[in-house]
Design a binder for this molecule. Sequence first.
Ligand SMILES: [Zn+2]
Length: 564
Amino acid sequence: MIEGFEKEGIYFVALGGAEEVGFNMFAYIVDGKIIVVDAGYGFLQDDFPGMEMGLADASFLETYKDDIEAMFITHGHEDHYGAIGHVLPQINCPVYANDFTLGHIRARLKEYHLENFADLHSVTANPVVKLQNFAVEFISLVHSVPQSAGLFIKTKYGNVLHATDWRFDDGKTAMLPTDYPALERISQEGVSLYVGDSTNMGSDKKEPSEYEIRESLIKLVPTLSGTIVATCFASNIMRLESLILAAEAAGRTAVISGHSLNQNFKIAKDCGYLQNCPQAFDIKDAKDIPLDKILYICAGSQGDYRSALSRIVNGENKDITLGDGDNIIFSSKIIPGNEEKIERMQEKLRDAGVEVISTEDYLVHASGHATPSQILAMYRLLKPQIVIPVHGDKRSIRAQRKLAVENGVGDVIIARNGEVILIKDGHGEVVSEIFTRKLGVDRKQLTPLDSQLIKNRKRIAFNCSVFISVVFSSDWHLLDLQVSSIDILEENEFAALRDKIIADIKENIDKEIVKLNGNENQIKEYLAARIRRQILKATDIKPVVFMHFYKEDASSVSSPNTGK
Ligand SMILES: [Zn+2]
């Protein structure tokens, strides 16, 4: 039995994703057995040098990995599956997901050379997974990625619908079925707990359906001239199909640029989608098509500096350039936190004379998340006894709590990451807390965001650095002194300052050594402080000092040079 989880009932724990967008990783624990829901990345909002993405620390799950029955990935968005390459080796359990999601999981695991290690199972043909203490059913729900699902988790203590990413939609774009009969059936079976999406609680304006966006794009693209680039989320295959159809309507060919879109395109085709839509080309096969006969489609709408769009905006894409009279369609929303990056990118495009078309001007994007009215409709359908709002910023989560309370939900709990909530007899309460935190994805390793390493990086990034190399003879004669820096001044300007610093040290060091009685640590401190002070005086920069200190035959002679 897992220590602290011995009571009868369903334990719910968010390791990440409770009061935020991204970092989704949840655990349900019943009678000593655990299931894990999602293992996602999140964008790091603060400045962590070298790191853009983070994930929840899974060490709690690692401790109890022998008790984990399975992991379920709800859909193919990075904030739900992205961290699987880090988490799966820690917990080593079977993974269940739909085919489209599995396509992404396989690609991600391949990056970590884990594709042969993982025990992956498709639920597309058989959506119910029966385990020892849980039965988990994937319920199809409309979202901005194909084959997205809510999880209906049945236990002997009650049932849960875990549905963090969904919306209701007219369903006219064929790959987006909401399984209404299944929702009605689970409502009949009884839903003790609903854990659900808060993303769009901030606004109740009517969201257009995905089909309306398709019609709008098909009208818009033929009216544009010059080079046209459209950017959307790479996994939004319905949108990708709409853009390909819009290109056809304009007598243009859709040309896909960038690794992530090409990967999504291939996974979608492997899953049987996009079979009847017009042909789209990879950019390397489109060299002979005139520019005004192309609609370029690329990812990177969030301003990620490695994306195809960023390279276009920064003039680093050898195939696509945008200038006066050209057009760019942002068929995407802004993920909270990325506003400034996106605005900067759009301003740069406007500056170059490019017409920037976004949701502010035209019907070019619909959200994949539920409006408050739709959430209310979900409550009415499911009649949950308890609601835990997740997947949104703190304001949106509180707004959903208010909505649930005002509409008669008995128990509404705001969960914090790490809090353990026990669900029993239609009532839920926070009973304890486990350790969790955020880790930054630091190239190949994971680094805690509060670590000394990150503090050091920030210090160096904001304060600049100076490297001092100093050699003394055994009787404390200064034999060599080098001072260098790459980030304080331009090279030639620093050379002048460096010469001044070296001259100053040479002039003063002998008498200082006498004064400090040859104390090595104090001599080091003196050198660092004096050099730092001179740089501060000249530049107003207080650099971080790195020193290589060497004294010849230090073991045999340690008396100070008296200068005589
Ligand atoms: Zn999603």
